[in-house]
Write a protein that binds this ligand. Structure first.
Ligand SMILES: [Zn+2]
Ligand SMILES: [Zn+2]
Length: 343
């Protein structure tokens, strides 16, 4: 009897479980052995017995949760093979944030790829997405509606710099998620030659200096803490999206509120967040990216997790692919997939 995909990976109350390998992928509850795709808090939780992840993901988890975040840890490089029980696993770049990985599980000749969150767009802060041919592809669906076309991030950076030039007496405050988006924004600014110091909200400092230590070129960074209103005139400062409507913003001279997110494609969202300057920059694949990736994997069967599952499942079925939603409870608390929750 040969194995079916459901015998390799199955949904349990703790998340996706590999019975033949005795491990879970991105479990939402504490488990004995966890394989983690990336360090966003909805995928990477503290309290597992053993964690297998890339070195960057382990480091970022340690930065956020402290040394005791797991019983034991093991680092795995991209492309390295590890045998776990009757399964073999490899990690491949997901292009989402530093250290992010898709996890390929092979058992009985069948290959299932759990992609975690991913984007097939160049990002100066992480390794580019790698296409992994497979039999079953597990995809996210954060922006899985045709209306979501993220476009060129450089155009959004140009929009930001145009506004900075237009209002030299004001400060530009850009809301961005503190792991991944903030650092990508700074790297994109540097790429087009913006050399002025970029100011950081305190919540961004540790992770951003970790990125810089891993060789991501971020230029001169300064803490907002301790800077005067005069210091902040004409500058760009990055803060968590939640800080945009906080008393914290009073230290800035007439701040222009910007927000970098895939959701900024929807004008009502920008208004709802009180955002004057919406920047459509996402660390997730847009609709075109999702369907192109699904087709390119050659997978005959697609499982869809967190986001707008219905439209993507429907698209797959019309293309003759087997597809079903995986209703995982507990994803989407951080980064772009968390915007829904913030309302
Ligand atoms: Zn993520
Ligand atoms: Zn996610």
């Amino acid at each position: 009897m040969s194995m079916r995909p459901e015998d390799i990976l199955a949904l349990t109350p703790s998340g996706i479980c590999c019975k033949p390998g005795s491990f879970h992928i991105d479990p939402t509850r504490p488990v004995e052995r966890a394989l983690i795709t990336h360090a966003h808090s909805d995928h990477a939780r503290a309290g597992h017995g053993a964690v297998l992840a890339t070195q960057e993901t382990l480091d970022l988890m340690r930065l956020r949760y402290g040394d005791g975040f797991a019983g034991t840890t093991q680092a795995i490089g991209y492309g390295e093979r590890v045998k776990l029980g009757n399964a073999e696993v490899t990690f491949h770049p997901a292009g989402h944030v530093l250290g992010s990985a898709q996890i390929a599980v092979v058992a009985d000749g069948l290959r299932v790829v759990a992609s975690g969150d991913y984007k097939n767009v160049a990002d100066p802060t992480c390794a580019p997405f790698e296409l992994v041919p497979c039999d079953v592809f597990i995809t996210e669906a954060t922006f899985a509606l045709p209306v979501f076309r993220h476009g060129d991030p450089d155009e959004q950076i140009a929009k930001l710099l145009h506004s900075v030039a237009l209002f030299p007496e004001r400060a530009h405050l850009v809301g961005a998620y503190s792991l991944g988006k903030a650092q990508r924004l700074i790297a994109l600014l540097r790429k087009v030659g913006y050399e002025a110091p970029v100011y950081l909200h305190g919540a961004m400092e540790k992770i951003t200096s970790y990125y810089a230590g891993r060789g991501v070129a971020l230029g001169e960074l300064r803490a907002v803490r301790g800077a005067s209103k005069a210091d902040l005139t004409g500058t760009i400062a990055i803060c968590p999206p939640g800080a945009l409507n906080d008393v914290w913003t009073r230290r800035f001279p007439e701040p222009v509120a910007a927000f970098a997110s895939g959701w900024m494609r929807v004008r009502a969202r920008a208004r709802q967040h009180g955002v004057e300057l919406p920047l459509v920059i996402s660390d997730h694949a847009d609709w075109g990216g999702l369907i192109a990736t699904i087709a390119a994997t050659g997978a005959g069967e697609i499982w869809v997790t967190h986001g707008q599952e219905d439209a993507l499942v429907h698209w797959c079925v019309t293309r003759g692919l087997k597809a079903r939603p995986l209703d995982i409870v507990g994803y989407g608390d951080e980064d772009d997939d968390g915007d829904e929750a913030q309302g």
